[in-house]
Structures are given as C-alpha cells and as structure tokens.
Design a binder for this molecule. Structure first.
Ligand code: TRP
Ligand code: ZN
Length: 884
C-alpha cells in the first residue's frame, strides 16, 4: 500500500521564485557515509516570496547555514520531501551539509556504488537524493565540484566540465576539483570515483579545437572499448556535418558501469553508460550489440545540444529532448548502415512495443499532462513516437527546411529551458509556415487509424485517394496533420508520373516518383490526373506517419508490391501484410480444429526472395532477410482485440516449420553459400550476409528435420563470432537433444565470468520454449550468478521470460503471472524503477481471453495491495482503473 500520492500536472507549472546562480559541491567519499557539502548562491526573483522550498529525499541533514549563520532546528521546516528556508534578503549563500549511504542505495538513483566504484544517476529526480536543491530542469546553474577520497581505492575522481585542480591530502587521501562553465540543470550533474582504467583518443573539431576523448572502465575491459570510441568520433563528425553542431568542452568522458537502470545518461561532459552500450568485441558482442553501442553513444553525444545546451522547462517536455535526440540518432544510424534497413528495424519496434502501449491502460500523449512518478514516463511513446513526430516536420518541410528550423531553434534557445511549443515555433518561423495543427500530435494519445479508399475513374483517367482519420476510443478526436507518402505503379510495375488534380494542388507535394499528401481534415480526398489504367497504390511509403493504415489490399496486389515497389520499406511491408494474413487465416483454421495450411501468396514471395539470394540477384541481403522474417508475436497480438494466444503461437511456429520444410533445399543452398569463414568486421555487407545466413539456419532448424541439428552444432562449435554463435545456440536452446544442451553448458563455462555474455546465457535459458520452462526460470533466480542488484541480469531472466517465453508465461494455470508478480514485489523493495518496467506484460491483460484476464487481474490486485513504491503503484492503478 502506498501511503500518499502526489499527482503533478502540466497546467500547474509556475516558474521558480528563486534562481541558483552557482553551486559549489564537495564530496567526502565513504561507502556508507559520504558527506556532501553544498554551497548555493541564491537569488530571489520575486520580492514577495520568502520561502525557499528545496527538494530532498532519503537524506541525513547535518547542518544548514545562511550567509555563514548556522540555523537552529526551529529556523527551518523539514519533512520527507522538502527543506523549507525563509529567505529575507534578495541574495545569499546557503550551505547545506548532508550525509548519504551509497553502499546501501539499491535503487540506483542518486549516488550509489557499482562494482566497487562510486557513480551517480540524477535524471529525472535523483539529485535530491544527494543534497537539498531546487530539483527541476528549469533551474540552471554553474557547478564546481570537489571530490575527496582515499587515493589507493579511488585513484580516479571525475565530475562535469574541466579539471581545474588536484592534489594529495593527509592520511592517504586526495582530491580533484572540476568546473563546468556551462549552466545546467541538476539532472545533468555527475560524479564518478574509483579504480578505473581508460582509453584515450583525440578529435579535431571543425573549429580547430582539439578535444580529448576518454572511455573509462574496469582495466579488464579496456580492449572492448575501441568500437565505442570510433562510434563517438563518427557521431561528432556527423553532428558537425548534418546539423552544424560542434562540441563545446575540451574533454568528453564516458564511463561504463555494470549496475544501471537504463541504457545511458548524457551528463554534461561525463556520460555514464550501462556497460552493455560500451563494451563490444567480435567474441562477446553480436551485430545487434555493435549497432546498439553505436546508436547509444551517438544518442548521448547528440544530447549535448538537444538536451543539455537547450534543455526542458519541466518534465512534461521530456519528448523535446528525447524525441528529437532519438530522431537524430536514427538519422545517424541510417547514414552509417542503410536507411531502409534502419527504418524497418525502428518501425518493427514501434509497432510491437509502442503501439500496444498506446492502446493500453498506460497510454499517454508524447507530452503527458500529468504524472505521479516521472520515471514511469521514459516510455516508448515519449521516445519513439516522439521521434516519429519530429520526423513529421522533416517530411513536411523537407531536409533543408528542417535544418533551417533546427538552426533557428539553436540560435533562439541556446542556454535556455524550453517547451515543445518553442521547438515547433522555430520550425514554423524558419520556414514561414503555420504548424499550429501539429499541436494535436502532442496532446492526443492513441495511434491514429488511417483508413484509405481508392477510386479509379476510367472515363476521365483520374485516380482518387480518399483518406479518413480517427483515434479509437477518442470520440471528439481533433484531426492531426498526417503526411502520407504515396506512389502509383503500372501493371508492369513501373512507377507512374504523378500529376495532382487542380483542386488539390496545394495539399500534394511531388518528390521523385512519390507524392506527399497533406491530410489535415478528418476526411479528405486527393486526386491524380492522366492515369491511363487502374494503378496499384503504394501507400504510406517509408512509414511517413505513426498510424495504422487500413486499406483493402488484395493478396495479388501485395504480392505485386512485395516485388515491384520502388519503396524498400513498402516492399518489406507488403510481404509482412501477406504473412499477417496467413497467420490470421490459420488461427481461424486451428480454432475450428483444422490443421495449419500454408497459404500460397506468402509462400511464393518467400521462394522468390530466396531464389534471388541464390542467384546473386539480391541487392541488399539485409532487406531480403527482413522480408523473410515473420512478424513477431507482439505485433501479431496487436492485430487482435482479444487474442487466442495458444492458437497464435501454434500458427506462428507451424508457419516457420512449413516454410523450413517446403524450401529446405533452397534454404540449405543459401546457407552453405553464405556460410563463408572470414574474420569478423562490423560493416553493412558483412552484417547483411550474417543476417541472411542465420535466417536460413533458423528456418532449417524450424523444419525440425533431423539432419539440421549438426548444422547448428557445427556453427556453434566454429566459434566464429558472437553473432553466429548466439543464433546457433538460440535455435539449439529449445531442443531437448543432449548435444544441444551440451552446447548450452559449454557456453556457460566459457563465459561465466563475463557479465554481458552471461546475460545472454540467462536470456536463452529464460526464453527456451520447453515443457518445464517455468521450473527452469524458477531455478535461474536461485543460480549463484543471479542477482537482483544488477538490472541487466534481472531483465535477462524476468523480463525475457515474461516478454518472450509466451507459452510458459501465459500458461492457463496462471503460475507464470503469479511468479512475475512475486518478482515485481521483491524488486519493489529494492529497485522500484526496474520493478515498474518489468510489470508491463501484465498491463496488457485486456488483450487475452476471459480466463487469462481474470488471472492477470488477480495478480495486479495482489501487487496493488502490497507494493510500496509510487513507480509500481501508478502503473498498477492505471491498469486496474480500466478494469472496473
Ligand atoms: N536521458 C537518458 C537518455 O535517454 C535516459 C534516462 C533517463 C536514464 N532516466 C534515466 C538513464 C535513469 C539511466 C537512469 O539517454
Ligand atoms: Zn535520451
């Protein structure tokens, strides 16, 4: 039971009454009792306000002084959340001394210990667990930080900005003082201390300055930092070239830690990273891991301008920095690898994870209007849908127009804490257009449905595209501005030249063989002239808006588009639509007691794609491999109001088996041809080749043909690189065969002392589709290497089981749900942020059958009665609210 909850509303925003110009911090580090001295120069902004209410949580208060006058207990008010001081003068220096316990901090917010080192995490509201402060992003100050610690155990002492002084002290202690010349909110403060090694490189900035780059980690992991360093250098160059943004300090530091709640944190000049997004080498990291490192390094680096130099006025503006920075890292990865492949990866994730969030009980707009626990709003919606909304500006304004808007945004708001409206205004003013309607994307939640009908007028040779938008459950939804990129293909598969009819010339922009339709109304028609024969429409090219497109495609049209569309995204999308149709059709068959029967359309597309690979006609093997990949289960579940989870799992598995069986020889030919031994290199072509080869192996294994087991075992035993090893092992993990389990054991023995690789072993065990899966996962949390203290490990076991082992998690006994609830309640006591995140699968209860709904709701109710954190409380209450 949660004692007291406090809801924060956007409409209540008020500027602060006080400004904090400078912050002088001093830390005397001790594992169980760190002393924090905090000297604030405070300036009153409102002559009438005399009360300075500073945030503070879990702090032991040692003393308070105002202008060197010690305050007595009766001179201030203090409770669990605030320290309130009466300030009579317009300017003064407040000195606050607090004591904190980093060692016992298992929530990993504020100052804590990871692997024997000290580190901090302040976003969103962790700084108040270090000292009393105006912990809100619109209070910007200049920080100077002195760290004092034992020198032998903490040779490295780091904070934001530049090192201005260091030296030795009596009793084996030493100190370092750092000064950050840029004003920043306290959520960007960071401190790191301990026994760390580093690699160093240099970057010559566009303005000629030499910037020192360092990556810190345990000395044993230094050899795995090169890829991260290269990624940083590529990011710095890209941001100069694409957006004209140059780095502003003389040093840029990244520290990798093993215990971290999320991916990484953009603290000014001193990023702190989950080691998963720093460490990578061919033996320990997969292609996906390499890509993840590159993308997260880029993301945090890009925050220096979009987040740090220009920050958020309040936490309701989170998407201002996150949506924009995700968009920037997406564009970076697209340029590094392949735009089409990156777009497919992002949309797969958006539709499998963000769409369900947007249609569930925790649905919220990208600019939430209220929150109880801010940590719950670092969501796929704020990040990924937020990035899609930023992309809408670029689609509407073009790349150059978008760049002009960005330039104006930086020029106007550098050094400020601003809102999403300020961003939109800069985009509008720089391009002299009215973007007011874009506001609706920020305040309406739910994925819009875009329903399209087309009509061909053979007499006048005109083709009409009629569009209708709506948001499910939102009766008075305001129309959103939706750019719809379309193309028309002739019956020979040639792109048709597009001429807008006169009456809609203003709402259609032509771009090569595509047209961008600007849908601004609830219903609107667009017309093209001079169309000689009925065309095949290619709709929502590049996924030009985050909507659900409803259009009655015939199967033969989809098959045609999967082959001929000039838009790579829509070629993939058409193949996906065929696979979805096949699965949905077969779920119905299974429900009627009939057997699975592979439909011809997807099978033909599958064979053609495979033949192209075998004949050397495939231009991009990664696109080919994605088109051969079936839609994942979360996306399939999204297709149903209420899903028959068992039938769907069976159909999904049988479809893979049927394809593997039917095209066994083609798959084997492709597999053998692509399975060439060569040294690992992280580049587009090699990644694509490995992806295609491994797709073949997956289908071959899915065929359940006995002769394929040796193929997977041989690929495992070759130990060529982690990408190949892990795919082989994943296919083996579901098998009961002794040799398959021997590979699992071998993997454990090799990697038991490498936490990031051992996480992969835990994840494979937790996701293995075996009859005793729940027993297995119960054993896993008793394994000596399992720990609730390390979020990566918890996610590999608990998170993976609930999201990926669907048969075991959704077993009709309800024991899967009960076990997850036990885990949530356990973590609620130690790490509420992680507890709240692993709760997500239960929030989707309404998608399942009545019996499972009741079982899931029963566990949600049990959690609601016992949970203590605001984090878990907020999500559980929202999930139960819609149930009544
Ligand atoms: N700002 C970080 C990012 O997107 C994410 C973040 C927010 C975070 N809160 C956190 C990271 C807490 C770790 C812990 O890059
Ligand atoms: Zn971010």
């Amino acid at each position: 039971m949660v004692a007291e909850v406090n809801v924060n509303y956007l409409k209540d925003y008020q500027p602060a009454d006080f400004m904090i110009k400078t912050v002088d911090l001093s830390f005397e580090l001790l594992p169980n009792a760190t002393l924090v001295t905090n000297r604030l120069s405070v300036e009153k902004l409102h002559p009438k306000s005399n009360l300075l209410k500073l945030n503070g949580e879990n702090l032991e208060l040692v003393s308070v002084r105002i202008d060197d006058q010690v305050l007595a207990k009766t001179d201030y008010q203090r409770d669990e959340q605030f320290l309130a001081l009466s300030i009579e003068v317009t300017e003064c220096v407040v000195e606050i001394i607090t004591r904190v316990n980093p060692e016992s901090n298992t929530a990993l917010e504020g100052l804590y210990r990871s692997g024997g080192n000290y580190c901090t995490q302040c976003e969103a509201e962790g700084f108040r667990r270090i000292t009393y402060f105006l912990d809100r992003p619109d209070v910007l100050s200049i920080y100077t930080t002195t760290i004092v610690a034992d020198k032998s155990t903490n040779p490295v002492l780091l904070s934001n900005g530049n090192l201005i002084e260091r030296g030795d002290l009596p009793n084996g202690r030493h100190f370092a003082t750092w000064h950050d010349p840029f004003k920043k909110p306290c959520y960007l403060f960071a401190l790191v201390a301990g026994n760390l090694a580093y690699i160093e490189d240099h970057y010559k900035a566009q303005d000629g300055r030499d910037i020192c780059l360092r990556i810190y980690t345990d000395s044993g992991h230094l050899s795995k930092c090169r890829h991260a360093m290269d990624s940083l250098i590529h990011s710095m160059r890209w941001d100069e070239e694409r957006f004209g943004r140059i780095y502003d300090l003389d040093i840029y530091m990244i520290v990798a830690v093993d215990d971290f709640n999320m991916g990484a944190m953009e603290n000014k000049g001193l990023n702190i990273f989950n080691s998963k997004y720093v460490l990578a080498d061919p033996q320990t990291a997969t292609d996906t891991d390499f890509e993840g490192v590159e993308a997260v390094i880029a993301h945090e680096y890009f925050h220096n301008w979009t987040g740090n130099r220009i920050t958020c006025r309040d936490w309701f503006q989170l998407t201002l920095k996150e949506g924009l920075t995700v968009f920037r890292d997406q564009e970076f990865t697209a340029d590094r690898l392949s735009p089409a492949v990156k777009r497919i990866e992002d949309i797969k994730r958006l539709r499998s994870v963000q769409f369900p969030e947007d249609s569930g009980p925790t649905s919220h707009p990208i600019q939430p209007q209220s929150y109880i626990e801010m940590n719950n709003f670092y969501t796929m919606t704020v990040y990924e849908k937020g990035a899609e909304v930023v992309r809408l500006y670029q689609t509407l304004l073009g790349r150059d127009g978008f760049r002009k808007g960005m330039d104006l945004y930086f020029e106007r708001h550098d050094g400020q804490a601003v809102t999403v409206q300020d961003f939109r205004q800069a985009m509008a003013d720089a391009n002299q257009v009215d973007l007011a309607q874009m506001h609706n994307w920020y305040v309406q939640s739910g994925t819009p449905i875009l329903k399209i009908d087309t009509h061909y007028d053979a007499v006048n040779k005109r083709y009409q595209i009629h569009c209708q938008q709506s948001i499910p459950g939102l009766v008075d939804a305001k129309p959103q501005l939706i750019p719809i990129k379309v193309g028309l293909l002739s019956d020979l598969g040639e792109p048709l030249a597009l001429y807008p009819a006169q009456n809609c010339a203003d709402t259609i922009r032509i771009e090569a063989d595509s047209a961008v339709l600007q849908l601004t109304q609830l219903q609107q028609s667009f017309e093209f002239i001079g169309i000689e024969k009925p065309p095949v429409p290619s709709l929502l090219r590049e996924f030009s808006a985050p909507v659900k497109l409803q259009y009655d495609y015939r199967l033969d049209e989809l098959e045609f588009l999967a082959q001929h569309d000039t838009d790579s995204f829509n070629r993939w999308e058409s193949a996906q639509r065929l696979a979805v149709a096949d699965l949905m059709h077969n779920v119905k068959r299974l429900q009627k007691g009939e057997s699975y029967q592979l439909g011809e359309s997807y099978a033909r597309v599958f064979l053609r794609l495979l033949n192209e690979v075998n004949k050397g006609l495939a231009k991009d093997l990664a696109l080919q491999a994605y088109a051969l990949n079936l839609p994942d289960m979360s996306y399939m579940i999204e297709q149903y109001e209420q899903v028959d989870i068992e039938a769907l799992l069976t159909a999904h598995q049988q479809m893979k088996q049927a394809l593997g069986h039917l095209y066994y020889s083609e798959l084997e030919t492709a597999y053998q041809a692509l399975n060439k031994v060569k040294p690992y290199s992280y580049n587009k072509e090699d990644i694509a080749q490995r992806m295609m080869k491994n797709r073949c192996l997956q289908y071959l294994m899915a065929s359940k043909s006995p002769q394929v087991l040796p193929l997977a075992i041989a690929q495992y035993q070759a130990q060529a690189n982690m990408t190949d090893v892990l795919v082989a092992l994943e296919t083996l993990s579901h098998s009961e065969a002794d040799q398959a389990q021997a590979c699992m054991d071998d993997f454990y023995k090799r990697w038991q002392d490498e936490p990031l690789v051992l996480d992969k072993w835990f994840a494979l065990k937790a996701s293995a589709d075996r009859s005793n899966a729940l027993e297995q996962v119960k054993d896993l949390i008793k394994h000596p290497k399992f720990s609730y203290r390390t979020p990566n490990r918890v996610r590999s076991v608990v998170g993976v089981f609930a999201r990926q082992n669907l048969r075991a998690f959704h077993q009709i006994s309800g024991q899967g749900y009960e076990w997850l609830a036990d885990q949530i309640l356990h973590l609620d006591e130690t790490n509420p942020q992680v507890a709240a995140r692993i709760l997500t699968p239960l929030t989707h209860w309404s998608r399942y059958d009545d019996q499972r709904q009741q079982l899931m709701l029963a566990q949600l109710k049990r959690i609601s009665q016992q949970a203590k954190s605001k984090d878990v409380y907020e999500l559980v209450e929202k999930s139960l609210l819609v149930a009544d």
